[in-house]
Design a protein around this ligand. Structure first.
Ligand SMILES: [Zn+2]
Length: 387
């Protein structure tokens, strides 16, 4: 019989996970500990605030350390380890204390409040989103904040129903799969590999109305003809790859200052296919590196962009009773709650690890401090190491 009071605490286990990530990165990527640099100024971005760009990428719907930031996982994330992390500040302990469903967790990341909305309902977040703070405080136009999201269920993530901010200050949301459905002709089966909407439950299949808005997004905002978009989509292997393609077009055509890309392929783990889960981690690793290359090759972004990569949450450990290992995130155990974040680009110290505990809700106030807006209703605190 195990006595609940003698079990290790979330804090203790989270610290252990954080420590093993730290030790792994020090040996595999040559990172140094942030504490050793005390006194040096972390603020490296000296360009005008108005030109500053921010890209937030959520890393795919939850991966565990065994398959990523641990010796046995390192072959799955070569691009992160060899290309991105040496340029990054890496935070080893970002704990999510909220509900572990992808929509509600992503909404919480975007509001800085642990949202309690129904994960499987097409509803807006209850608290103001980062997009509303950003646009209203800085008086930015609608084209300056965008979300690229994997599932039709994310259609409301760009704008809360908080009376303090809405309506009209949210981000534009682009749903690549819905664009594709709008663009393709009836009856074609060429794109089915891109259209699966979510992996958590087959019962959740939100329907969106009419396709005029999507076609207008394609043609006037992304400057893509339907024919070009369809022929490009045929060459694309996964929904996340489609999202990166759409984000690339968006950056070329609109050059928004705030872009939020939610990746989701890794969540294929719910099907129980370990090989597909690992393949998706490898693809996400590659897509993050490709996105950073896109940033460097675009003069609107090169040199003035900060990119943050973090998972919405993790997945269950193999040990926890009631779980099923990598397949789900049902137990709420430390493995599924203790994630990480990397920051790279403008204003970020390179090759540094920080292992003090942070929360998922710290993201929005940190973005506010970097970009110059107030996230007045968020619950988190700005991460001082990025300011
Ligand atoms: Zn999931």
């Amino acid at each position: 019989m195990s006595d609940a009071s003698s079990r290790p605490t979330l804090g203790g286990i989270a610290q252990g996970l954080s420590g093993s990530r730290r030790d792994f990165l020090r040996s595999s990527a040559g990172m140094v500990l942030g504490g050793a640099l005390a006194g040096a100024s972390p603020f490296l971005y000296a360009g005008p605030l108005k030109k500053r760009k921010m890209i937030v990428v959520t890393f795919g719907g939850g991966a565990r350390d065994q398959e990523t930031f641990a010796p046995q996982g390192q072959d799955n994330i070569p691009r992160l380890l060899k290309e991105l992390i040496p340029q990054a500040s890496f935070f080893t302990q970002v704990v999510n204390h909220g509900i572990l469903g992808h929509y509600v967790a992503t909404a919480s990341l975007a509001t800085g409040v642990y949202e309690t909305l129904n994960n499987f309902a097409s509803v807006p977040p209850q608290h103001p989103t980062v997009f509303e703070y950003f646009r209203k405080d800085l008086k930015r136009p609608p084209t300056d904040a965008w979300v690229v999201a994997p599932s039709n269920g994310f259609s409301h993530i760009g704008e809360s129903d908080s009376r303090l901010y809405g309506p009209g200050w949210g981000a534009q949301v682009v749903l690549p799969k819905h664009l594709l459905m709008a663009a393709m002709s009836q009856g074609t089966t060429d794109y089915e590999h891109l259209l699966r909407d979510n992996y958590e439950t087959p019962l959740f299949a939100p329907q969106l109305g009419g396709n005029e808005f999507e076609l207008r997004q394609l043609e006037t905002m992304l400057k893509l003809s339907v024919a070009d978009f369809k022929s490009q989509a045929k060459t694309i292997s996964s929904p996340d790859e489609l999202s990166i393609y759409v984000a690339h077009q968006l950056m070329r055509q609109q050059a928004p200052s705030l872009i939020w890309i939610t990746m989701h392929d890794i969540d294929v783990a719910h099907t129980g296919a370990y090989s597909l889960y690992v393949e998706a981690i490898r693809r996400t690793d590659r897509l993050c590196a490709e996105l950073w290359k896109i940033v460097q090759s675009n003069p609107e972004y090169a040199g003035n962009t900060t990119m943050l990569i973090l998972p919405d949450f993790g997945r269950d450990s193999d040990e926890e009773a009631g779980g099923n290992g990598f397949q789900h995130h049902r137990t709420g155990d430390p493995s599924s709650r203790t994630t990480w974040m990397m920051a790279l680009g403008a204003g970020v110290r390179e090759g540094v690890i920080y292992d003090h505990p942070l929360q998922s809700t710290d993201l929005v106030p940190t973005l506010g401090s970097i970009m110059g807006f107030q996230a007045t209703l968020s619950q988190g605190r700005p991460i001082q190491d990025l300011l």
